[in-house]
Design a protein around this ligand. Structure first.
Ligand code: ATP
Length: 357
């Protein structure tokens, strides 16, 4: 396994007119479980392909354990990559498919037949494929085929990192949770450096110790799931993470108060006058629904029961506002809201400039 360093990596597919990846520098620690999270088209696959060597970046260097590997072809980078769709040999059995990446090793890295067999049996046990080991890949379900693709990535121990590009896309929803949990266990057991690309926040937050959030070719935040929830560095992160996402409201700042449409909201500290439009971010979990005379009056648009709690969709003047309401709390007939002061984040030009607590 290796530490992976991106040193001012940037990529343009059109000779420099536009950049699918803008210059970025990042360290991915040896043995870390990372997710690359962002909407479609933000550059996740481009970055993954640069790490694996399928794509040569227009600018910058890629280092594995501080050694520049930018010029090395894929096969010399020792990277295992699992794609969205299964890549298997249909005429081989499940066990043969798993053994294939190990049989391919040459020279000092060559493994004995017994070693290969042990590794294959381990991978089969890890993924619960015992009943299928002797079956040909052809004719297996898409779920099982993708499990084998995952196994082909996990069977190798010589790899610098294992890259997963939306690996659960074809997997049946009820199996996704199970496979994600298995991947997490495998990570704990073997300590591979793993990078998992997804546009699904649940997948990212349950798999990774650290999540790299991307938007329009840029990294907007690297953080633990808790950090992304508590202190989104960018309004996009606040809105993208969470269900529903953070409320972001345009405001004015007056000393230690934010003012929204004439309503004064206390802040834990003073702010200088900010140029540009400041915004107040508050997660729906930290908006309290009260009687209108106790807070800022709101209009309720809809109430959705999602089991553990309800989500109240409201309007604060012209601004939509989501509220998480505990299961047994009644909805007031004349509703208002209060924001938990130490949970308010203040943004300027979409960037965090101050947090509540
Ligand atoms: P998705 O989740 O849809 O796969 P992504 O976050 O992985 O998206 P990329 O596939 O890396 O994003 O694409 C980033 C940008 O680069 C997009 O605007 C895309 O259209 C463009 N792009 C990707 N591959 C190519 C290519 N081979 N040639 C030209 N442009 C490309």
């Amino acid at each position: 396994m290796a530490k992976i360093t991106l040193n001012n990596i940037a990529h343009s597919y059109d000779g420099g007119s536009s950049y699918a990846l803008k210059a970025m520098s990042l360290d991915w620690h040896d043995g870390g479980a990372y997710a690359l999270l962002g909407p479609s088209g933000c550059g996740k696959t481009t970055l993954l392909n640069i790490i694996s060597g399928l794509l040569q970046p227009s600018e910058g260097q890629l280092l594995f354990d501080d050694v520049d590997v930018s010029g090395l072809p894929t096969e010399q980078r020792n990277i295992a990559q699992v794609f969205q769709f299964p890549v298997l040999y249909d005429t081989m059995t499940v066990a043969e498919n798993l053994a294939f990446p190990l049989r391919n090793r040459r020279g000092a890295d060559k493994l004995s037949a017994a070693e290969i067999d042990t590794r294959v049996q381990q991978a089969i046990a890890m993924l619960g494929l015992e009943a299928l080991a002797g079956r040909k890949a052809r004719g297996l379900s898409a779920d099982d085929k993708q499990k084998i693709s995952l196994g082909r990535g996990l069977v190798r121990t010589d790899v610098n990192a294992i890259l997963f590009d939306e690996p659960l896309t074809v997997i049946d929803p009820h199996l996704k949770w199970q496979l994600r949990t298995q991947l997490k266990q495998i990570h704990r057991q073997f300590g591979h450096t793993m990078i998992y690309v997804t546009h699904d926040q649940t997948e990212a937050l349950t798999f990774a110790d650290k999540v790299v959030v991307m938007l329009a070719g840029e990294v907007v935040q690297v953080g633990t799931p808790q950090q992304l929830f508590d202190t989104p560095q960018h309004t996009f992160v606040g809105k993208f993470i969470g269900s529903p996402g953070m409320n972001v409201l345009p405001c004015e700042l007056a000393g230690n108060q934010a003012v929204i449409d004439g309503h004064h909201i206390a802040l834990p500290r003073e702010y200088p006058v900010l140029t540009g439009v400041p915004e107040l971010g508050i997660r729906p979990e930290f908006v309290r629904l009260v009687e209108s005379h106790e807070g800022m009056p709101v209009q309720i648009v809809a109430v959705e029961d999602v089991g553990r709690h309800r989500i109240v969709r409201a309007q604060l003047n012209s601004h939509p506002l989501d509220i998480v309401l505990p299961e047994h709390q009644p909805v007031p007939s004349a509703p208002g809201v209060r924001f938990e002061m130490n949970r308010i984040n203040i943004y300027q030009n979409s960037q965090l400039v101050g947090r509540g607590s």
